[in-house]
Design a protein around this ligand. Structure first.
Ligand code: PPS
Length: 302
């Protein structure tokens, strides 16, 4: 793939207040501070023993990150409580003031575990060249949009989502940060046929967490005893992670948990409390069109 050209969209910029500066790259909206380091991101040098956790935002990234960290530490909870999750595993396309995920990743000892929300076509090519293992986690679109809406309300580094009705339309149009949900989940789904990608579903994790943890363990080439797996299940439950300051993002000063907690509900089917009947109909029609030619399927209620 040719080096990505950074494009700036005049219309988009005009419609956004200054603190919510965004830009587009190949049609995908990212935060403008990422543009300044885009060359560094694109040219990032992955190493063969890097593990990448990739996802569309709000798909269960933090959950997967904590599971991976506990597996890597053989279930040693104290070791996983050494720092907030965002310091244990660098977020590639993150930047704040003079700090960036790239600098953080470059300073990490190997083997490194990294996080990204980039769609497959924007992933730095070195991950493919070095054949890095990748875990992708996907969540059904309805719960994703609801979770994303509340996240944008509480995170002052992200654009104000506006009203729920407005956000619903923005999401369907793919005009949210990190782009279209459809393109993201389908793009990574296709890629798994030619690259070592473990494709997980949030809903499967809700249904049978131990089974999904075992899949991750096997993918990482580890063999942990049953009691260790049980301990990891317990420590990655929603209730434990919600109370754990190293996973609940209460250490991040840019998030206002009194508006909506990062660890909000942790369920499948919450969209029913947010969607109107008309929105559900509109969503279903849009979804059918956009998912017509993929073998990928999601569960929206358990
Ligand atoms: S982010 O900001 O994109 O990295 O967010 P991400 O971690 O991908 O997604 C946050 C949602 O995942 C839920 N979550 C969990 N659900 C069930 N069990 C566990 N252990 C768990 N950990 C995180 C979190 O509550 C967010 O979903 P919602 O629906 O908003 O509650």
């Amino acid at each position: 793939m040719a080096k990505n050209k950074v494009e700036q969209t005049g219309d988009l910029e005009q419609s956004l207040p200054p603190q919510e500066e965004l830009f587009q790259i190949n049609g995908v909206i990212l935060k403008k501070n990422v543009r300044d380091i885009w060359d560094q991101i694109w040219n990032f040098q992955a190493k063969p023993d890097d593990l990448l956790i990739a996802s569309y935002p709000k798909a269960g990234t933090t959950w997967t990150q904590e599971i991976v960290d506990l597996i890597q530490n053989n279930g040693d909870v104290e070791k996983s409580r050494r720092a907030p999750i965002y310091l244990r595993q660098a977020f590639l396309e993150w930047a704040r003031m003079s700090n960036s995920g790239i600098d953080q990743a470059n300073a990490m000892p190997s083997p490194r575990t990294l996080k990204t929300h980039l769609p497959v076509q924007l992933l730095p090519p070195s991950f493919w060249e070095k054949k890095c293992k990748i875990i992708y986690v996907a969540r059904n679109a309805k719960d994703t949009v609801v979770s994303y809406y509340h996240f944008q309300r509480m995170n002052e580094e992200l654009p104000d989502p506006g009203s729920w009705d407005e956000y619903f339309e923005t999401f369907l149009a793919g005009k949210v940060l990190w782009g279209s949900w459809y393109d993201h989940v389908k793009g990574w789904w296709r890629k798994k046929d030619s690259h070592p990608i473990l494709y997980l579903f949030y809903e499967d994790m809700v249904k049978d967490l131990k089974r999904e943890i075992r899949k991750v363990m096997e993918f990482l080439g580890k063999n942990l005893k049953e009691e260790v797996l049980d301990k990891i299940v317990c420590n990655t439950s929603f209730d434990v992670m919600k109370k754990n300051p190293w996973t609940n993002y209460t250490t991040d000063t840019k998030m206002n948990h009194s508006i909506s907690p990062f660890m909000r509900k942790g369920v499948t089917g919450d969209w029913k409390n947010q969607f109107t009947e008309a929105q559900n109909k509109q969503f279903n029609e849009h979804y059918e069109k956009n998912m017509a030619e993929t073998s990928l399927s999601f569960c929206v209620e358990l």
